[in-house]
Design a protein around this ligand. Sequence first.
Ligand code: PLP
Length: 446
Amino acid sequence: MAHQNHIFYKWGGGIEPDLPRIDHATDEFLVTEDGEQLIDAASGAAVTNLGHSVPGIDQIFESQSSNVSYLSLSHFSHDAPEELARTLATRSPGDLSKVFYTNSGSEANEAAFKLAREYFRSRGKTEKSVVISRWQSYHGATFGALSATGNTLRRRGYESFLADWEHISPAYPYRWSFEGTPEEQARAAARELETTIRQRGPETVAAFIAEPVGGASIPATAPHPAYYEEVRDICDEYDVLFIADEVMTGFGRTGPLFAMEHYGVVPDMMTLGKGLTSGYTPMSAVLVRDHVAEEFTHDGASFAHGHTFAGNPLSAAVANFVVDRYTDDVLEQGRARGRQLVSELDALRDHPMVGDFRAMGPMVGLEFVADRATKEPFDPSSKVYKRVYDAALDRGVYTYPGKGSVDGLAGDHLMLAPPLTLSEASASRIADAVIDSVETVYRRIK
Ligand code: PLP
């Protein structure tokens, strides 16, 4: 007898969509209840950077949970979260040396916004509370994080809940209309931040948040390094905190441990999630620079914000185990698989349906357009992203599909974000399946 499924599914076509049921998963493989093996070419939602069920993880669960799983970090401390904070402080750029724990990427960004607000309040700048972000960004689903999010598909219907904040153009070279060299275009795009700060009033602006490399909305999109140089200078000039949202790009996803390392710019805060635990438990964090943390050391300073499960010893022990595994060798393996995918997907570079082919380390983005010359996106009703996703799944490969906006400002896209530990053979299977899927969809719609 068919059983009733009581999960309230959000995406995926209704309350009881017909989703593949996974029995178990190891490395880059998901095995369905019917015994079909799928390659997880997206690490879930760009999460399982070490693959599924990495050897040794079960001993960590066993030893930490028989020691202590949960403590309220407001009242107790423990080795595991302390050790993790030390490691993150050591391995992150510059003086990002204090760690505030949360449980999801959205929560990390909410905490960063409130930390920015408190930082300025403590300095007597009580009006500074506005957050500036970019269109076609994704910073999370909760109200503050969604207020910063610029993906109009995700915001649609909730605008009345959202804060009256500001958005500037995305860092999206493929669709920029600025003149000049890539560097000049990047500087022009970044200067929109300055214009917006001045229009809104520098005395009201607390923070600018950005994904260093585009993620869920415009995957693998990266500006010229001059962009973040300019952002850093503008934030310094107008006393605005720069928050790098590394929830997706952190932990080797774009090549180095953190994507900001591509740019050599140190943000004032960095938010982390996803790869922090490679998905074995939920955990996220905000890394804070010394000068920000310093404001919270004065007499009477406080930060009235927190979550019950934040920094729980079990998740922290898992994260310690995971972060230690992002060695130079593993990061290089991720980069090598990224290079392999780019080379084996080369046939798509000039494909009539592929407007932009982007890659940063083991993160690849394909943007599909109706017309390569004009970059016109497909009509949203044709759901090209879903068709390519379905075709790849039929060929045994799970990818991450999406659409960055509802207003024709971005094409449909597909992201590949496989585990850094992907095998060469699996990378080839992914490339073959994606090429074949794009060809098949193109033949049907042209
Ligand atoms: N920030 C970025 C850059 C993300 O990609 C995501 C999720 O995809 C989030 C924040 C939100 O994270 P979570 O879904 O864990 O709340």
